[in-house]
Design a binder for this molecule. Structure first.
Ligand code: HGA
Length: 629
């Protein structure tokens, strides 16, 4: 995903910018670039397709020297990955801009600028913003000539922001405003790094930890000016000066460090509120999902979708199973979910207007990738059963630029950040959030009360997850009941059945306890025979429409002497008893409950594994990104 670094200092900034770009590499990108204002008052730029190392090589040939500069890693949305489309983009060689996000109305603005004589170098939406700001800067400049005032970059940026729709974080510098950088954010993150006699901007604090540990997290609609004269000035969306707190970064200087946590898995479980907020960032506008989140052409494609096929492996497959309930209930779309290793060897019949969706943390999962290629090949083979081939393909993935995203028509990136623990945690819950965004975007009725309520609930989700994490202590105690056991059973109904499956998978993966999950209604069709005092039974029981039925299933377990552990909404009337322990999970919109209920089950597996002394982060026989079949 795109990354921004900008620096205004009293020393040469090339090294700071380059190191910042390297620190953003984990997010994935396809090209990189940098521009600085040199001592002659000219903008000098280097860009390269591919890795930051390729840019570094160019900088070795032709160093950029200056005390003010901006840099970028690009993950293309508008225009192919290429040097000419890489940021920074320039206007008249006087203004330079880096931008994360999508300008939704760039086409009419581009036509307007072309009519005005502007010749565009790149295919990007970003270049439009460069020329708009430059034009506003010059007009202001000439209007003020008599008053002797020079161009006002801040005012020019503000005037331009009023004209653009979409999501952005940007940093701009102008050769005629030589000691200023202006930044702005709406829908994409931007932080100010506070230094000593030098200040910075970045899309992620991690990019600046080598120069500062003090950050201002800009708020939605904020515009910031860094300058020698006034330091850091922030203006809120209404244009008024705003005070924003300075935070000290407490987690140490490494994305790949466990920080205060004993294991990466625990750290990643605790990161979920933040990474879910990041996954929502830039994708919600008011009370609806921004269609541009899925890339150019998504709306036209989504409007034709009549059914959905989801293909994935392991934990991602469970996310797909939850999405089936959502897509059927909210969007009325028949949905099939299948593990990739089965799908790829099946004679798949594809009904007309089917959207093919793949889910993978790494985007390199071999079976999922093969399934995507197979799905695409089916487009050419209209079979004797009337299969039509897929309408389009969408990848939901955590690594931009990965094979899955490159080979799909559309991609929606989760923002889980690097996931080091082999057992997936935050990648799963961010996939669920992405799938809810997809479900809302596929509904034929948009902007109704249900969408408004769900968007509201999504915005509140990070706070609910924070409360769910507060269950850590009681769950650690509960885990003692599992440590000596050899088997466990997980039960759920509806959207919680896949969560029961995921809970069982986590326990298997890291504690090596054999665990099975069943839809609770299936209990008496077989697995009830296994239930005795040695078989702990975990049930996920939010307060939804299937609750009464689940309660009856739980009675069936208790009647056979089984030991029950129930994760339930506070409103669920279940009283703890001898063989029944109840843990309350914070309430949330029932459709989002699967996301919230995942956290206590992750914590349960984690604590059981710690008690058993297994290798939590690298369980035996398992690997992170499964790139072999
Ligand atoms: N739309 C811009 C920036 C893309 C971006 O933010 N990707 O994560 C471009 O295509 O260059």
């Amino acid at each position: 995903m795109c990354g921004i670094v900008a620096a205004l200092a009293a020393r040469n900034v090339q090294g700071i910018l380059l190191e910042g770009l390297k620190r953003l590499e984990y997010r994935g990108y396809d090209s990189a670039g940098m521009a600085v204002l040199n001592a002659a008052g000219e903008l000098a730029r280097q860009r390269a397709k591919g890795k930051v190392a390729a840019l570094e090589e160019k900088l070795e040939q032709g160093a950029l020297t200056g005390r003010i500069g901006i840099a970028h890693t690009r993950w293309a949305t508008h225009g192919k990955p290429s040097e000419v489309n890489a940021h920074p983009h320039l206007a008249r060689e006087r203004l330079a801009i880096v931008h994360n996000g999508i300008i939704e109305n760039f086409e009419p603005l581009k036509r307007e600028l072309e009519a005005d004589g502007v010749v565009f170098e790149s295919e990007t939406d970003t270049e439009v913003v460069a020329h708009l700001i430059d034009r506003a800067f010059r007009h202001r400049d000439s209007a003020n000539q008599d008053g002797g005032e020079t161009g006002d970059l801040l005012a020019a940026v503000r005037a331009t922001l009023d004209r653009i729709d979409g999501a952005y974080a940007l940093a701009v510098m102008h050769a005629d405003a030589p000691r200023e950088i202006v930044g702005a954010r709406k829908g994409s993150p931007l932080v100010v790094g506070v230094g000593i006699d030098e200040n910075f901007l970045a899309s992620d604090a991690l990019a600046l930890l080598q120069v500062t540990d003090r950050f201002i997290y800009l708020q939605e609609g904020d515009v910031v000016r860094l300058s020698d004269v006034n330091g850091i000035e922030i203006f809120a969306a209404d244009g008024q000066p705003a005070e924003r707190p300075v935070h000290t970064y407490e987690h140490g200087d490494s994305a790949a460090s466990r920080g205060e946590y004993r294991h990466f898995m625990l750290k990643e479980i605790h990161e979920q509120p933040a990474v879910i907020a990041a996954t929502l960032e830039g994708r919600l506008s008011g009370s609806h999902v921004l269609e541009s989140s899925f890339g150019v052409g998504a709306r036209a494609l989504f409007d034709q979708v009549k059914q959905v096929h989801i293909v994935a492996c392991g934990t991602s497959y469970h996310a797909g199973m939850v999405a089936r309930y959502w897509l059927e209930k909210l969007a009325g779309l028949p949905t099939q979910v299948e593990v990739a290793s089965e799908y790829r060897y099946r004679e798949v019949v594809v009904p007309e207007n089917t959207l093919f969706v793949t889910l993978s943390q790494s985007g390199e999962t071999a079976d999922t990738l093969a399934a995507l290629r197979y799905a695409k090949s089916r487009a050419d083979s209209l079979d004797e059963h009337g299969g039509q081939g897929y309408l389009g393909t969408l990848a939901i993935c955590n690594v931009p630029g990965s094979s899955l995203t490159r080979e799909s028509d559309l991609a929606l990136m989760t923002q889980a950040g690097p996931e080091i623990g082999v057992a997936s945690t935050k990648a799963f819950t961010t996939q669920l959030v992405a799938l809810m965004l997809l479900t809302l975007s596929l509904r034929k009725t948009r902007g109704d009360e249900r969408e408004t309520a769900l968007v509201q609930a999504l915005r509140g989700l990070p706070a609910v997850l924070d409360s769910a994490l507060a269950m850590d202590g009681p769950i650690a105690q509960l885990s003692e009941a599992f440590a000596e056991k050899h088997h466990a059973l997980f039960l759920g109904r509806g959207t919680q059945f896949p969560i029961a499956l995921e809970g069982a998978l986590k326990l298997k993966e890291i504690s090596y306890i054999h665990a099975e999950a069943y839809p609770a209604g299936e209990l008496k069709h077989g697995p009830l025979a296994l239930v005795d005092a040695d078989m702990p039974v975990v049930a996920v029981a939010p307060n939804d429409e299937l609750l009464e039925k689940l309660k009856s299933n739980l009675q069936e377990v208790r009647a056979r002497g089984g030991e029950l552990f129930v994760f339930a909404d506070e409103g669920v009337a279940l009283t703890a008893a001898d063989n029944l322990r109840v843990l309350h999970v914070p309430p949330v919109d029932e459709l989002l409950a699967p996301i919230v209920y995942t956290l206590p089950l992750q914590l349960l597996s984690y604590h059981v594994a710690v008690l058993k002394g297994t290798d939590v982060d690298q369980p035996r026989n398992l690997a992170k990104s499964v790139t072999v079949e």
